[in-house]
Design a protein around this ligand. Structure first.
Ligand code: BJ8
Length: 436
């Protein structure tokens, strides 16, 4: 364990190697991964000044993510308190359905390069890093979430993911949801049917029927999480901004993994502290620091590279128009529906509003970017695509045009998970912050 990781982990941390071994993981490589992530966490997160004290919850999540949280999920299953662990890679997979069947939904993070050589035996070299990462985590046997998942739900979104799932399904028990790529009344009906098919599959896998009561509760639990995130996000309109972009990003990343009620309580505590900081004029960055709205491809754990560069350069990220940001929490599922069928329709309607770049046209995303930049008083927009992500690369031109029409400076970045371009990115971002 590295020095920085030991700063994150509790001194009495139990030994989880037997659990990881039982999951079939590669213990030596996994120790190496944990060491590297722990060091990165120390350098990026723990070095921040004036963090709200309630962000200690994030340190708890970071130290627990591959250990205590996995044990907790496995123990729940063992005790019969949870049916199955269901992994997914996309915001379009409704967590409410898994919760309603007594399952535990987990987002399978794919934010670091791993086992690239092995991956390239199955997928082309010029595949986006997010896809290569989930394939590498599986082939390298270093992700306890993948190994603990009884079923992985994929989705037919971008070409890269849907073709990669053909390979991934040779490695794991998988089910792939069909997602339309245009928003029309007809495709909404198709999507509602796909959501119902998924619900039947999850019921089957979990061995438990979804009832009106269990689905109503699940919708409420997920909405409460979103309300807490909305509340925290609203505090970021203040200058000085009470919480960093890095901590805010990790809050949403944690929402894909941690227990929902615990996370909701912790985010509400963060929101409360941030609201008090706003009243007191206390910030994580000095008043007048250049404010950035991030938009683009999602950032899975531990992809904190760009936010770290922006904030180390003196800027502050005040919002994220992305799947690891506002798209996760901005819309709620209606809570006034009565039957399972009506509730599944309400879930489908809510998820259909997620402005993923696989949709064409995707004007809703442009409107959201401009609205968020204005509401959060952003000085500039940074639009970022992961390398080889055609959808977001293509859409970057529309983002630039929307920003220009709104009179907001915008910069496009293409990057990957490696650190080779960090110096060059810092220089470009520093120049952008100077200019805005
Ligand atoms: S709803 S953004 S989580 S698909 S970066 S793998 S698009 S080539 S992640 Fe996404 Fe769902 Fe859409 Fe959100 Fe493909 Fe692009 Fe890679 Fe991507």
């Amino acid at each position: 364990m590295s020095e920085n990781e030991s700063q994150v982990a509790s001194p009495q941390e139990p030994d989880y190697h037997a659990m990881w071994d039982g999951l079939g993981m590669n213990l030596a490589d996994h120790d190496m991964l944990l060491g590297a992530v722990g060091q990165m966490y120390g350098e990026m997160f723990l070095s921040q000044e004036n963090r709200p004290s309630s962000t200690s919850y994030l340190d708890f999540v970071a130290s627990n993510i591959h250990s205590g949280r996995i044990k907790e999920m496995l123990d729940k299953k063992e005790a019969g308190e949870a049916t199955k662990i269901i992994g997914s890679f996309c915001l379009y997979v409704p967590e409410e359905i898994v919760l309603a069947a007594g399952g535990i939904p987990v987002g399978l993070c794919s934010g670091a390069d791993w086992a690239t050589g092995k991956v390239e035996e199955h997928l082309p070299r010029n595949t986006c890093p997010l896809i290569k990462s989930f394939a590498g985590f599986k082939l390298g046997e270093v992700c306890p979430y993948i190994e603990a998942s009884d079923l992985v739900v994929g989705e037919n979104t971008c070409d890269g993911k849907k073709k990669a799932y053909e390979f991934f399904s040779t490695q794991k028990n998988m089910y792939v949801v069909d997602i339309p790529n245009v928003h029309t009344d007809e495709t909404l009906e198709m999507w509602k049917a796909a959501v119902k098919k998924l619900a039947a599959k999850i019921e089957d896998e979990c061995g438990r029927k979804i009832t009106a009561e269990s689905l109503r509760d699940a919708i409420h639990v997920a909405n409460e999480k979103r309300r807490a995130l909305q509340r925290l996000s609203a505090t970021r309109a203040a200058d000085p901004v009470p919480i960093s972009g890095l901590d805010s990003l990790l809050t949403v990343q944690a929402a894909f993994m941690d227990d929902a009620p615990r996370l909701t309580g912790a985010i509400n505590a963060m929101a409360e502290e941030c609201e008090a900081r706003v009243v007191a004029g206390e910030g994580v960055a000095p008043k007048g620091a250049k404010r950035i709205l991030y938009t683009g491809t999602p950032m899975a754990v531990p992809n904190w590279k760009l936010f770290n560069i922006i904030e180390k350069a003196g800027g502050v990220v005040v919002g994220e128009e992305t799947c690891t940001g506002s798209r996760y929490y901005k819309d709620l599922v209606r809570e006034d529906r009565q039957t399972v069928d009506e509730m599944l329709d309400a879930i489908a309607e809510r998820y259909f509003g997620i402005n993923c770049a696989i949709f064409t046209p995707n004007d809703g995303r442009m409107a959201d970017i401009v609205r968020m930049a204005r509401d959060l008083h952003a000085d500039g927009i940074i639009d970022c695509s992961l390398q080889f992500c055609t959808c977001y690369e293509m859409e970057s031109f529309a983002v630039e045009k929307a920003a220009e029409e709104a009179g907001i400076p915008c910069m496009h970045i293409t990057t990957d998970y490696a650190n080779e371009d960090a110096g060059q990115l810092s220089t470009r971002i520093e120049a952008f912050l100077e200019m805005i």
